[in-house]
Ligand binder design. Structure first.
Ligand SMILES: NC(=O)c1ccc[n+]([C@@H]2O[C@H](COP(=O)([O-])OP(=O)(O)OC[C@H]3O[C@@H](n4cnc5c(N)ncnc54)[C@H](OP(=O)(O)O)[C@@H]3O)[C@@H](O)[C@H]2O)c1
Length: 94
């Protein structure tokens, strides 16, 4: 069993760059990962595909974290999808 098996993580800005690398690293340790993105759906889907191809669990969830309703939506979707939330990596930015 990996260190993060059973844990659920949100990575904001997970569609590319540092966030994508963090999302893959958390998944490799066993976490189920919500890969948030603002506009790069294709990038987020690629990250999810890479994680699932490696045997991990991930979903892509859209949302602009600068908007309160979107931020709440990301968290609500996480809990609806995986039933809990353990880790938030607030990476999004430019
Ligand atoms: N790279 C560096 O050398 C460096 C140095 C110091 C600090 N940082 C910080 O590290 C973080 C990641 O950097 P990076 O180089 O990996 O950036 P990046 O490749 O430009 O990726 C930025 C990520 O943040 C997302 N994003 C931007 N605004 C968002 C918003 N309002 N809501 C949700 N997601 C949003 C983007 O999503 P979309 O693609 O969908 O827009 C993308 O997934 C940033 O906070 C940056 O300031 C980076």
């Amino acid at each position: 069993m990996s260190k993060l098996t059973g844990k659920v993580a949100v990575v904001t800005g997970g569609s590319k760059g540092i966030g994508a690398a963090i999302a893959k690293a958390l998944a490799a340790q066993g976490a189920s990962v919500v890969v948030n993105y603002a506009s790069s759906r294709a990038g987020a889907d690629e990250v999810v595909a890479a994680i699932t191809a490696a045997g991990g669990k991930a979903v892509a969830v859209a949302g602009d974290v600068s908007k309160a309703a979107d931020a709440k939506g990301i968290i609500d979707t996480t809990v609806e999808t995986y039933g809990r939330l353990d880790i938030v990596v607030n990476n999004s930015g430019v």
